[in-house]
Write a protein that binds this ligand. Sequence first.
Ligand code: PLP
Length: 373
Amino acid sequence: MSAPATPEVVPLAQPVLGEAEEAAVIEVLRSGQLSLGPRVPAFEAAFAARLGVTHASAVSSGTAALHLGLRAVGVEAGDEVVTSPFSFVASANVILYEGATPVFADIDPRTLNLDPAAAAAAITGRTRALLPVHIFGHPADIAALEAHGLAIVEDACEALGARHSDGTPVGGRGHPAAFGFYANKQLTTGEGGMLTLGSAEHKARVDSERNQGRAPDMGWLDHDRLGFNYRLTDLQCALGLAQLERLDGMLADRAGVAGAYREALAAVEGLELPCEDAGGDERGWFVFVVQLPRGSDRDAVIAALRERGVQSKPYLPAIHLMSFYRERFGHRPGEFPVCEAVAERSLALPFFPAMSEGQVARVAEALRQALGR
Ligand SMILES: Cc1ncc(COP(=O)(O)O)c(C=O)c1O
């Protein structure tokens, strides 16, 4: 008897890479200039133009972009930075890199972004900056946060393609805004990031600090400030330029997959889907994260999905309850109840531009079975 055929795995994420990307990378290889070459400013200029900002600096990751953004607005040891506990850990870690303290504030239960009222209540005399996160590509309420007159550094790592209700692209309001280009993102360079900026002074500082603190008019080994190696290579920038060319198509495909999921999952009792756009805000689709019905055993659901060839993962855990943050700051469950309730039930399903309707149907059916609905 032959073994039953194992179903083809539906992966969590899958980049769109084609001939254009291949040609772009090969061209750089043949040019012999793999770093500090012309593709870096070309990618920065194209990205800045796309977002309607005056400046952009390409860096080695979204984390590096956030770190240099915080330094640009003057965050220093002893400062406090108000941020969301419902994020990827990097948005809090970068605050610690500078010896500052992440002060968490709870999230809005609909958008899952920093709740402006909670953020306002967390501001003290030591608050140097606010670090809102556009989680899952949904625009955070930056206008409400601007009312405090504090520096803002936006974590837009998941939000390329999103728009605020006034039509401004997320990351285009002039605050330092960090984007990430890891392989699961809307646009990928393998690893990589971009910091959009509204000030020439910030741009000069970021460009120096990503390159070991070198000033533009100094020789290679002369450095006038502390810096890092956060450079993005020409190979990666060439890949980024090719991806930027096809970005509109990839974003539209992601939105299409999200629409198909909404239809396929609408009737699953107790399952909560990502919030719909409202009030003119537009999500830049990055992941499709559902809230499992209350009382579900998430680990069992993940295992049942895996058996049916469907990848999934809890996304995201609450940062303040991660062991490092608990030990360092003494955080305990109950501090941010909205975030904690969401983090306990959230599950990311496979989501990528080339996902077929058949794959969406398979995931939906597997989830229904896993939940026993
Ligand atoms: C919200 C958020 N912030 C920061 C990052 C860090 O980006 P990177 O992995 O490129 O350093 C990510 C990446 O997954 C993210 O999702």
